[in-house]
Design a binder for this molecule. Structure first.
Ligand code: ZN
Length: 164
């Protein structure tokens, strides 16, 4: 299903898949690309301003786990491992929730959502995920938190560039 999106420079374009537009570089994510290879693309969706939240998306357009090629399978788990290490060593994140659904309106992508103390008010496990994301989108989009989120993105970028 095609949708109209507005670029940062004000132009409107029609895209069939938002993930394709993002991973191909047509759309720049706010805060920039954390890391990309020929097969995968790592960024944060700042519409949900949670420090250390990471989205790992394939560049190829597909939906299901059993569609990953042999090379993609190997790189996928390696990247999840590296992102998780980056979240721990650079941002001190102790626990992460992973979310991935195959009936997405985008294409293949994994959410890695850090678990913070304030989130426990919304319960645990899957049922807390949506209220947590909504709380972040509606109440954490202030300037100070956004700065912290962007700083987090930069620290994660540094991990992938092997910065101390
Ligand atoms: Zn796509």
């Amino acid at each position: 299903m095609a949708r109209i999106i507005t670029l940062a420079d004000g132009r409107s374009i029609e895209v069939d898949c938002l993930s394709c537009a993002l991973t191909s570089g047509l759309i720049q994510p706010t805060g920039g690309v954390i890391y990309e290879s020929s097969r995968f693309h790592i960024h944060q969706d700042v519409a949900y301003p949670i420090r250390g939240l990471v989205i790992l998306a394939s560049k190829r357009h597909f939906y299901c786990m059993d569609e990953l090629s042999d090379e993609e399978q190997v790189e996928y788990i390696s990247l999840i491992h590296r992102i998780r290490s980056a979240q721990r060593t650079k941002l001190g994140i102790e626990k992460v929730y992973y979310f991935y659904n195959e009936d997405t309106t985008h294409h293949f992508h994994l959410w890695m959502v850090p678990r913070y103390e304030w989130m426990s008010q919304y319960g645990k496990s899957v049922e807390s995920l949506r209220p947590v994301l909504l709380h972040a989108r509606n109440n954490l989009n202030d300037e100070e938190n956004m700065r912290s989120v962007i700083e987090g993105i930069n620290k994660l970028k540094g991990f992938f560039k092997n910065e101390p």
